[in-house]
Design a protein around this ligand. Sequence first.
Ligand code: HEM
Length: 394
Amino acid sequence: MDSETLLARITDYANRPNPYPLYTELREAGPVVQQADGSCLVGGYHQIAALLHDPRMSADPRTRGQVTHMPPFLRLDDPEHHRLRTLAMRPFGPPHSPGRVDAMRGEIDRITKELLDTFEAGQQIDIVDDFAYPLPISVICRLLGVPREDEPLFRAWSDTLVAAADVRPDEDTSETDKAGDQARTEMGGYLVNLAEQRRGKPSDDMLSAFVNEQDPALRLTQEELAETAVLLLIAGHETTVNLITNGVLTLLRQPEHLEHLRRDPGLLPQAVEELLRYEPPVHMRERIPLADIDVAGATLAQGTSVILVLASGNRDPRRFHDPDGFDPTRPDNQHLGFGSGIHLCYGAPLARIEAQAALGALLSLLGTARLVQDPPPYRQNAMLRGPRHLPIQL
Ligand code: HEM
């Protein structure tokens, strides 16, 4: 196997519709596969899970001298990460309580229905643009307290930021990085401004909760508020779009499972978990070892860029029976779709509710729908992978 070019092949746009055979190559090539540029890929489930829990693996890009601005808590290590994550979670309510996210259920159903009501029998629609894209952005904007008329602003910012967050070996990324920095600054400025308008006038949204926190020890600085709000919007948006779209694509490709779900919608929560394993929206995450780390006899050298290929771990036959099969009744499905360890997805409960509501609402419509283009056109991004469009005929 030509391991030097494996990452280049994974990120090659031509392989976006089906990167899974490359992940098989990766797992077979060893626990750690070194690339020509010195970076390393890890594709086995057990190794990835162990590394995600290893405090010697840093998520902070400043460890390698990249990035000057303060990263959001997704890319911070403890104890800084823990402090910000805890503060950012406070407006969601105490852990394990129904809280704000559960209160969003009715709102999510309403937004879903509003979108579906615009479709007509016989029409061709784009699942991405007409359904999967508008839903999560409306939900996260509602949760944060962004007025409806400003939602379109987020689409442009979000596209630019996601392009800047991609993994692109051997490419000059200075232009996309610059555009990403500018979008982050603009979006952060907008959100801080919006939060300031709520100071002293608490309402039930998250920005208001952040800015009206009474305890000074629990208050975010303005920079932290901007970074956290931008993180919630981006992390909570692009990923959920891809989960819903991947769900529609998978069910239309495998109508027997669509039929099964239509007969037994109680299976939806399990089907969503299986989608997070089988077609996860987040394919890889980067970490940087703070010391030399031994992984099944191979060494991850301190300071190297290590790419943990979560989507490969999800298809590892050493962990999952028949890993390339989509099985909504799969027992013991502890996938890596939401990551693991201290950075385990903060928005997982919300993402689950959204995907279950969206796919549940689509079930009857999909029964007579067909894919117009298979494979559909994909987004450029290899890390946050998903179709750019998914045209279907109703
Ligand atoms: C299907 C939808 C989603 C998927 C697949 C997903 C996936 C992930 C993954 C894999 C991570 C771990 C990243 C790492 O270890 O480096 C993560 C972290 C995170 N996610 Fe999600 N996510 C989704 C939806 C959401 C939503 C709706 C929100 C916000 C409301 C959100 C907010 C976050 C945040 C803030 C983090 C960072 C957590 C930390 O560093 O402690 N995500 N997500």
